[in-house]
Write a protein that binds this ligand. Structure first.
Ligand SMILES: *Cc1c(COP(=O)(O)O)cnc(C)c1O
Length: 384
């Protein structure tokens, strides 16, 4: 090779390229931010209600309530039902910390459930077994199930809903990674009685800071959430009817999301093209992300399963290909949550996945030649 060969030093590859998205949408985003700065209503300004209306329409539900983060959205969902000490909330062990954290924060007991290997999501059969056990023991009251739509695909709500209904439990969809997706033609947001999402920058619909939202068709529930996110206020500003939080969504961030929303569907389609390319080039070489029927995934992550994961990850890093491990340790083995779990070996699928998963670069601005280069490198490293 000659020293002028450009292939010898390719452009660095981004895992999630937020700057490319900003450059693509810069004119609209900058104008939206400038409008808020000029307007001066920085907390609960008009863009917040405008965004909530747009989100509710997208989600196919009557009410969307924004808040300060996806974690707060989950906490507000549980607080809104009065869930607390003595209550059991069932959650997958293979998930982001926030799903478990909020349960412990409100004083309830997280009960960890195993997941399905191919889809990475809560296993309805294991859930049914653990709910029965908790109910039979009689120490805790089964109150809610939080299903995480991991990596962008809606969970198996058709199987989960009857299990929750049988015990009068609330089914909550943690759609932090899946907002914008659909199942059977129905949008994420309308697949469970309560849905939460996150606008963390790296999520499929991300702002430039923290943010989140809750979705429901139930007006009374939405009213409780609006009260909780604003210090538990009632009719008047100093009329405090419950214990709440300061969890409002910034006007600036709402304006950013309003500017990003028109491009969102095309971005999801671009991510699907990357996923389809990875699928076709990696089939047979690694475990592909399992697709549930009738889903449109937002592809928050493209997550494969393979042996010698750490070796392959290091080999890819050596070629300038960034990857991530979501997640390296299941929640029931984390030091902070061990006391609620039953130790190593109790949730074998979650434990095995944490040793085998690897997330590949995934974003709407990932071009085809780069995606092919990544897939080829993964195939070579995993096969070698
Ligand atoms: C990101 C995420 C959250 C938390 O959202 P934040 O906005 O970061 O608080 C909760 N659950 C899942 C599954 C997530 O991926």
């Amino acid at each position: 090779m000659s020293s002028t060969d450009h292939d010898a030093s390719p452009e660095p590859i981004a895992f999630i390229d937020l700057r490319a998205q900003y450059r693509r949408l810069k004119a609209d985003i900058d104008a939206a931010i400038a409008r808020v700065l000029e307007d001066g209503r920085y907390v609960m300004g008009p863009a917040v209600a405008e965004l909530e209306a747009a989100l509710a329409a997208r989600a196919g539900v009557a009410h969307a309530v924004t808040c300060a983060s996806g974690t707060d959205a989950l906490q507000i969902a549980l607080m809104g039902e009065g869930i607390g000490p003595g209550d059991a909330v069932f959650i997958p062990s293979f998930t982001f910390t926030a799903t478990a954290e909020v349960v412990a924060l409100i004083g309830a007991a997280p009960v960890f459930v195993d997941v399905v290997e191919e889809t990475y999501m809560i296993d309805p059969a294991d859930l049914a077994a653990r709910v029965s056990r908790v109910a039979d023991e009689g120490r805790l009251v089964p109150r809610a199930v939080i299903a995480a739509d991991l990596f962008g695909q809606a969970a198996d709500y058709d199987s989960l809903a009857p299990i929750a209904a049988e015990r009068g439990m609330l089914l909550i969809a943690d759609a932090a990674q899946s907002f914008g997706g659909t199942s059977g033609g129905r949008p994420v947001g309308a697949l469970a009685p309560v849905t939460t999402t996150s606008f963390y920058p790296a999520k499929p619909l991300g702002c430039f800071g923290d943010g989140g939202a809750l979705f429901t068709d139930d007006a009374a529930r939405a009213a409780r959430w609006r009260s909780i996110r604003q210090h538990g206020t009632g009719e008047g500003k100093y009329d405090i009817v419950r214990i709440g939080l300061n969890s409002r969504f910034d006007t600036l961030q709402a304006a950013v999301l309003l500017a990003k929303l028109p491009a969102f569907d095309a971005e999801i389609a671009a991510r699907e093209r990357v996923a389809a390319l990875y699928d076709s080039m990696l089939a047979g070489a690694v475990g592909l992300p399992g697709r549930l029927p009738g889903r449109r995934s937002t592809w928050a992550q493209y997550t494969i399963r393979l042996d010698r994961r750490d070796e392959v990850q290091a080999a890819l890093a050596g070629q300038g290909i960034p990857t991530a491990v979501h997640y390296p340790l299941p929640m029931h083995l984390q030091p902070a949550y061990r006391s609620w779990g039953e130790g190593a070996g109790s949730l074998p699928v979650s434990e095995r996945l944490c040793r085998r998963v690897l997330c590949l670069p995934m974003h709407a601005d990932l071009d085809e030649p780069t995606a092919m280069r990544i897939a080829r490198a993964v195939r070579d490293a995993a096969g070698g």
